[in-house]
Design a protein around this ligand. Structure first.
Ligand code: SF4
Length: 391
């Protein structure tokens, strides 16, 4: 099964940092579509490439050069393919290879294996990128293609849940005592390693059990925070997050006339999520306005529109061929902008000569206060289009 077609468990390991911190989030998120961003699709493609590389290296008889090349060529045809993916996935493969080659005997290597997590999470399953088992050690590897947020392996719930699944799968065959976890995030040159004992892992498993039991029922306390809310699908509408941020924002009014640098530093940290939350709320309200709904005090309008050539070479040719201007006047080291050319030859001549090559694109919808002079727009473009363009 391809990475993109995989089903996601309600309490999946990748969302564990959220549902363990804020158990009711899992059920609350269910009512929001699980829209896939371009960055996520890019990550999926890079993971597929990483998988075939590791498979080809460790299981050459089953997944030889021909199979590998066929799969690689297919991936290269994807619209999100970038040549740099080769380099980044090579770094992932090199790390795994290096680990295996440093061992006294060949390890057992499981690639993209579905792990049963039901001993800790109701209906739980997950797929680890790579699990290696050698001696008394289980080693979980995770490839992260994202570069926006650095992810560390230490006490990482996603990694520890994969390790629990791997332990359940291999405990009969191997005398497991030690757990190693490695996150390889090549685009930001980041490799993070952490290890713990089996006892520590199993103690963590008990916490997982407790949180998962609450989360599956939609129970427990909401616990808003920058990390938990960042990718939560309910983040714009969640009342707990809204109240939490509004309280923090309005707390500013209680400050004495002068603040110390200590206070300023602390408050800046506190306020970090307020700004992000405001942005999420703004995006949601804009999509509501564009859908024709009323958001009291706000409306959607067209953003600033920018003129651009439809065919700059043709416009220049025409300017030159009709004698409006000389070629050398049109070029500097880089082409003059549309506005610069217009300034050079005058508005009237410009319009007559190349007006047909100019298009004025509609500006991106922007959410502004009701007092703004621009006319309100609705449904001219869909919210999905707006956010697609933005991405
Ligand atoms: S937005 Fe934050 S507080 Fe609200 S459900 Fe999601 S994780 Fe919990």
């Amino acid at each position: 099964m391809g990475h993109a077609e995989r089903s996601h468990a309600l309490l999946g390991p990748s969302g564990a940092h959220r549902w363990m911190e804020c158990p009711p989030s899992a059920r609350l998120e269910e009512q929001f579509p699980d829209s896939t961003s371009e960055a996520a699709r890019e990550g999926t493609l890079a993971h597929e490439l990483a998988e075939i590389k590791v498979r080809h290296y460790f299981y050459t008889p089953d997944f030889g050069k021909r199979k590998y090349t066929t799969r690689l060529n297919k991936l290269k045809k994807e619209d999100l393919w970038q040549d740099e993916m080769e380099r980044h996935t090579d770094e992932y493969l090199d790390y795994i290879k290096g680990t295996a080659l440093n061992l006294k005997s060949a390890p057992y290597v499981a690639i993209e294996q579905k792990l049963d997590l039901t001993a800790w999470i109701p209906e739980g399953f997950g797929t680890a990128d790579c699990v290696m088992v050698y001696g008394d050690t289980i080693h979980v590897f995770d490839f992260k293609y994202g570069k926006g947020v650095q992810v560390d392996a230490e006490q990482n719930p996603q990694m520890m849940i994969y390790a629990l699944g791997a332990y359940a799968a291999y405990k009969i065959l191997y005398p497991v005592k030690k757990i190693c976890m490695t996150i390889i995030q090549p685009r930001i040159d980041h490799i993070s390693e952490w290890s713990c004992t089996l006892d520590e892992l199993l103690a963590f498993g008990e916490v997982v059990k407790e949180k998962a039991a609450l989360a599956i029922e939609g129970k427990g306390d909401y616990h808003p925070g920058e990390k938990a809310c960042r990718f939560c699908r309910a983040k714009a509408q969640c009342r707990a997050r809204s109240d939490f941020n509004v309280k923090k924002a309005f707390g500013i009014g209680e400050l004495p006339p002068l603040i110390s640098t200590e206070e300023a530093g602390k408050r800046l940290i506190e306020l970090r999520d307020v700004v992000k939350y405001q942005k999420d709320l703004q995006e949601w309200c804009l999509s509501e306005c564009l859908a024709g709904k009323e958001v009291p005090g706000w409306k959607a309008v067209e953003g600033r529109s920018v003129r651009d050539w439809t065919d700059m070479d043709a416009a220049f040719d025409k300017l030159i061929s009709t004698g409006v201007t000389l070629e050398e006047m049109l070029y500097e080291k880089k082409p003059l902008t549309l506005a610069q050319v217009e300034k050079m030859i005058g508005k009237k001549d410009f319009q007559e000569a190349v007006g047909e090559f100019i298009e004025k694109k509609a500006g991106k919808p922007t959410l502004v206060e009701e007092s703004d002079k621009r006319e309100a727009i609705t449904n001219k473009v869909t919210a999905a289009q707006v956010f697609k363009e933005e991405n």
